[in-house]
Structures are given as structure tokens and as C-alpha cells.
Design a protein around this ligand. Structure first.
Ligand code: SAH
Length: 247
């Protein structure tokens, strides 16, 4: 059985792929899958594409075409809470689709038919990811170039553990953050894929875990922070955390 690794960042894909051995690359449904070994463990790596629908298609293809029993998602996200900083890591415990709203037929955020407002991640995978992230961030100063970490004000990055909100919007306004803080007070960060992947894993009974590195504060300058951060830092985080997770 393979571990499926879905990443939302091309930079993360490149850094993980560079560390893989015995790679076979195939394409299905406009997605490129890399099967091989990562730190001596069998994995299939794929770029999620962006947005909920695209990520759900990728996940379904991954499950249908490869023997995966577990999926780990890595990517970046905007912070929804003041105490989170750029460079912190959120390990997801449950995921919401913040743009799902079929009121008055169903309550806000409820996914029709399956009647769920949140998808829980697998407890074992999540615990392992949490430990891997904590360990990685402990040795953080040894792993990153401080010129960049200073530029982003990353001094003491931490691992947080909690809810993630996903939706088909890049959030870059204080007003939207405030709305989300009211409607989903336990969501730590916002992104565009996680809960869609979680829904597919729920239907297929696949163990699912997710880590999101905070790339921006989802405020007006989110897109500027985002671009710089993704290239320089996020890709190193993903590989560093996966290395400990797989060992
Ligand atoms: N502007 C980018 C587009 C990336 S889409 C580019 O052209 O390269 C944004 C990706 O980052 C998605 O994977 C999403 O999940 C995540 N993300 C990071 N910050 C976000 C935010 N503030 N709101 C929503 N998604 C965010």
C-alpha cells in the first residue's frame, strides 16, 4: 500500500520529488502522479490543483488509480486568528467547507446527503503529523536560511492543532476574516482544498491528515506575502515534516 501525498504548491511538489527514488510518472485526467519511494517508504505524489472541485478530482483519481490507504495533504493557508503567525504550522483536526450554504434546506455548512458540517482527520495520522511538525520546528533554525526567516518575521514558529476552513475564495480582507471568526470560531486558518479532499477520503474510507503552513494573514496584503513565502519557505517545511513523519 502507498501513502498518497497531495500538495497544493508546485514548489512543494518539486522539493519532495527531488528526494524521491525509483520514480514512475503517469498522467490521468490531466493530473501528473509520481509513484516511488520517499525516505524508503512507498508514496504517490500529486499536485492537487487549486480549489475544492479540482482537489476532489485529484483525490478521487489518486484513490481509484493507485493502492493508497492513507493520504497526507500539505500546503499553505491564511491565518484566521491573531495569535497565528507566518511560518506557524496548523495540523488539522477537522475541516469545514465555509462556502457551503444550502439554507433553508440544511443548516449552514452542512454537506447535503451525508449530513456533515465538518470532516474529522484520522487521529493516528494527525498525531504523527503533529509530532513531526513539532520536532521539525524545534530544529527550525538549523534548517532555514535566516535571511529569509527574518524577512518574514519568523522567530519562533509553532505547531497549532485545530479546525481548518476551506472554500473557493482567496481570502484577503479583514471583514471576511471577522465573518469567518463568528461563523466558525474554532477554525485556525483558511485555504481552498482541504475539506474537499477530506470529503472524498470520508466517502472512500481513506485515512486522512493535513498540514498547512501559514503563508499570510488573509488580510489586504495576503497575496504579496503568499507569493514570496511559498517559494522560499513552504517547500522546505513540507519536505522536512514529511521526512520525520515517514521515519
Ligand atoms: N496567487 C497564487 C494562487 C494560489 S491559490 C498564484 O498565482 O500562485 C492559493 C493557494 O494557497 C491555495 O492552495 C490555497 O489553499 C492557499 N491559500 C493560502 N492563503 C490563502 C488565503 N488567504 N485564502 C485562501 N487560500 C489560501
Amino acid at each position: 500500500m502507498y501513502l498518497g501525498i497531495i500538495s497544493a504548491m508546485p514548489d512543494e511538489i518539486h522539493s519532495v520529488l527531488d528526494s524521491m527514488t525509483d520514480v514512475t510518472t503517469t498522467t490521468h485526467g490531466n493530473r501528473t502522479f509520481h509513484k516511488g519511494n520517499l525516505y524508503n517508504k512507498p508514496v504517490v505524489l500529486v499536485f492537487s490543483n487549486w480549489g475544492k472541485v479540482a482537489a476532489a478530482i485529484t483525490t478521487t483519481q489518486l484513490i481509484e488509480s493507485f493502492k493508497v490507504n492513507k493520504i497526507v495533504f500539505t500546503g499553505v493557508a491564511g491565518a484566521l486568528q491573531e495569535h497565528l503567525n507566518i511560518g506557524d504550522v496548523v495540523v488539522g483536526t477537522h475541516l469545514y467547507q465555509h462556502d457551503m450554504d444550502a439554507r433553508p434546506l440544511f443548516k449552514q455548512f452542512e454537506i447535503p446527503i451525508i449530513k456533515k458540517t465538518a470532516f474529522k482527520t484520522n487521529a493516528t495520522v494527525t498525531q504523527q503529523l503533529r509530532m513531526a511538525s513539532e520536532k521539525y520546528l524545534e530544529s527550525f533554525s538549523n534548517n532555514l536560511d535566516t535571511t529569509f526567516t527574518k524577512e518574514f518575521g519568523i522567530t519562533n514558529p509553532k505547531t497549532y492543532y485545530g479546525g481548518i476552513a476551506s472554500g473557493d475564495q482567496f481570502i484577503s480582507s479583514v471583514q471576511k476574516i471577522e465573518e469567518l471568526n463568528i461563523s466558525l470560531p474554532d477554525a485556525l486558518c483558511v485555504e481552498m482544498e482541504g475539506a474537499a479532499v477530506a470529503q472524498v477520503c470520508y466517502d472512500y474510507k481513506i485515512d486522512f491528515g493535513i498540514i498547512r503552513t501559514i503563508s499570510d494573514k488573509a488580510k489586504e496584503n495576503a497575496s504579496i506575502d503568499f507569493q514570496k513565502f511559498a517559494k522560499i519557505i513552504a517547500s522546505k517545511y513540507a519536505l522536512g515534516i514529511l521526512k520525520i513523519f515517514l521515519s
